[in-house]
Design a protein around this ligand. Structure first.
Ligand code: SF4
Length: 270
């Protein structure tokens, strides 16, 4: 877990670097004892705050206060729902996850999340089940909206479509199944330069739990950098670092961001 001392630097960094968004993620970032305080200490900075929520946390006995807290503080929610079919979600995320997610989404809708006029944004995230490219965002979003409304009365704002990145656990799994090389080729063969304008490393930085910064979440997971060691938040406060024009550390895994219709994951802060 990120230490309180590191968390306390975040409002200062946001102010010093005039950042527009604080995007909080983790297994379930709301479980960090400093989560509420971080939001209360940053909400006055006129920035957008995003909670990457796994939805099921909203039903846990110690966290039933969360939906209202998030709504009161106008926190945008981005939540994973890899399909509108129960079987597919439970297969990917565990048994019972789909029903809990639907229940949580209904709670959020009741508070105004996902309803355009409320100003409370609720985006869902889709990623394919395995070694295939996701379909285009707009077509799938239409189907998701229709199906979730028809089956469960659920509304949301946008569907983010993510390509599975062949690194870490997913790469190991593909390797065991003998699919790693073919999946990497699929990503390369579907390289689409029009995605270059929207890759997340262009306008986000990713901060790990120890307060070190990387170009994106994937580079963070791979500890992949251009410099001899990553900058820390502390260093960013001591010396004003100029990020504009700084080279981004790219490698083979970047084809995961540029294949097909692109990957709309956005940056995050752990
Ligand atoms: S994986 Fe590569 S292209 Fe994608 S966001 Fe990270 S650095 Fe950029």
């Amino acid at each position: 877990m990120m230490a309180n001392e590191t968390i306390s630097l975040i409002p200062e960094i946001l102010k010093e670097y005039k950042l527009k968004t604080l995007d909080i993620t983790g297994g379930a970032p709301e479980m960090h004892p400093g989560f509420k305080e971080l939001i209360l200490n940053t909400k006055g900075l006129n920035i957008q705050i995003i909670d990457r929520c796994n939805l099921t946390i909203l039903l846990e006995p110690n966290y039933i206060y969360l939906p209202e807290f998030l709504a009161e503080n106008k926190i945008k929610i981005i939540a994973s729902l890899p399909c509108y079919e129960e079987g597919n979600v439970d297969h990917q995320r565990g048994r019972g996850v789909f029903q809990k997610s639907i229940e949580a989404l209904k709670i959020l809708n009741k508070l105004g999340y996902g309803l355009i006029e409320s100003g409370l944004e609720l985006d869902l995230v889709y990623n394919p089940q395995g070694d295939s490219l996701p379909p285009s965002q707009s077509g799938l979003q239409e189907i998701y909206k229709e199906e979730l409304l028809k089956r469960h009365g659920i509304r949301f704002n946008k569907l983010l479509v993510i390509t599975n990145m062949p690194i870490k656990r997913f790469a190991t799994q593909l390797d065991i199944e003998g699919k790693l090389i073919s999946y990497k080729s699929l990503l390369k063969d579907n390289y689409n330069s029009s995605n270059l304008d929207s890759i997340m490393c262009l306008e986000t930085i990713s901060v790990d739990w120890q307060g070190y910064i990387f170009d994106c979440d994937f580079n963070q997971q791979l500890r992949y950098i251009n410099t001899t060691k990553p900058y820390s938040l502390k260093e960013l406060l001591k010396e004003k670092v100029k990020f504009e024009g700084m080279p981004i550390a790219v490698a083979e895994h970047c084809f995961g961001c540029t294949a097909g219709s692109g990957s709309s994951c956005g940056g995050s802060l752990n």
